[in-house]
Design a protein around this ligand. Structure first.
Ligand SMILES: *Cc1c(COP(=O)(O)O)cnc(C)c1O
Length: 354
């Protein structure tokens, strides 16, 4: 990101975190602010939010609310490994690229092993390869496989692909972790039941993203493997992730999960990305880098085009995932926002990319 100097107040495509708080999450916060309640998660809101999450997944599971995705992933992975273990992840995974070493830090040195894979996705064969490559005592023993759904490059694993990864994990005694910072976008796009791509595919623990979906702060760590959840409350406390006024992290989930609000907001983000894709894919100089399956469009743009857009005040990143420009749509992105950006992009391409 460069020239912020010309930026005006408007909705950008840099990150779904640029968006504000969804009105339903805001209303639930307000509702939770009515009176005194017990602290540290022993309040009615937290109990009800955890129950609402259990309803979404249609199964008993243990739910913990933490402040952000880095903590959710790092603590969940640390809880799934010993320090001499390794975690198999995609080479562009958020846990590898964007968490400042937190998974290794909280795992006391448990190592991330990077696997290649087309379009941001791991494959069962790639996982098996990494497990069988070395089985001697000198190698950090693979203990967990982690996938990101939707992926860092805006693609999706199908339920069948996740089942195959789950089966491979089981065959080799690996735990199965899912980074679901954009889990809502995945469910909205796939149209499947949340259980189909989580516990029914063998997922032990899901980091269920709330922030990018429209909550002010917070992610839910959802353990389908309840034995694995043992003492995770202590880990969140030690990790500085136990909120004393927990109800203000948990209550917004009630507002979002009620009446499928979370899927409506995620669906809007996905639809806006699809509209963006349609408007820009055939412009001269534009190369779409990945299939658009959730709420991100990755494009290669000529440098002068990028600079012209930045000069017009548009904010977007050009270093995420495998490079290229990432155009990320949010719960509140409008058709007008997309058309306005696409028109500026078309004009810049006409001038600079003939
Ligand atoms: C945003 C994101 C996270 C969470 O990041 P925080 O900034 O720590 O909340 C985790 N995984 C992925 C794939 C993300 O995009």
């Amino acid at each position: 990101m460069s020239t912020e100097k010309n930026s005006k107040p408007r909705r950008h495509f840099a990150s779904d975190n640029y968006a504000g708080i969804a009105p339903e999450a805001w209303a639930a916060l307000q509702e939770a602010n009515a009176d005194h309640e017990p602290a540290y998660g022993n309040d009615r809101w937290t109990q009800r939010a955890a129950d609402a999450i259990r309803e979404v997944f249609e199964t008993p599971c243990e739910v913990f609310f933490v402040f952000n995705g880095t903590a959710a992933n790092s603590l969940a992975l640390a809880h799934s490994t010993q320090s001499y273990h390794s975690v198999l992840c995609h080479e562009v995974a958020h846990v590898e690229r964007d968490e400042c070493g937190a998974p290794e830090f909280f795992g006391n040195g448990s190592k991330l092993l990077l696997l290649p894979g087309d379009q941001g996705r791991l494959t069962p064969a790639g996982i098996e390869d990494a497990v069988l490559r070395r089985t001697d005592i000198h190698y950090p023993k693979p203990r967990v496989v982690t996938v990101t759904q939707a992926t860092e490059v805006g693609t999706l694993y199908s339920p069948a692909e996740l089942r195959a990864i789950g089966a491979m994990a089981k065959r080799h005694g690996l735990r199965f972790h899912m980074d679901g910072a954009r889990f809502a976008n995945a469910i909205a796009a796939l149209g499947c039941a949340p259980r189909e791509i989580t516990w029914q595919a063998g997922v032990d623990v899901l980091c269920f993203g709330g922030t990018k979906n429209g909550i002010h702060v917070g992610e839910a760590v959802v353990f389908f493997n309840q034995e694995l959840a043992r003492e995770f409350d202590l880990r969140t406390k030690q990790g500085g992730q136990l909120c004393s006024k927990m109800r203000f992290v948990s209550a917004p989930w009630l507002g979002m999960l009620r009446d499928n609000v979370w899927l409506r907001h995620a669906g809007n983000a996905n639809r806006m990305a699809s509209l963006m894709h349609g408007l820009v894919k055939d412009l001269p100089g534009v190369k779409v880098l990945f299939p658009v399956q959730a709420n991100a469009v990755f494009v290669d743009l000529p440098k002068p085009v990028i600079e012209a857009l930045w000069a017009r005040g548009w904010l977007f990143y050009n270093f995420i995932g495998e490079g290229g420009c990432r155009l990320m749509c949010s719960w509140d992105t409008t058709e007008e926002d997309v058309r306005s950006f696409a028109a500026d992009l078309a004009a810049a391409c006409a001038t600079h990319a003939k």
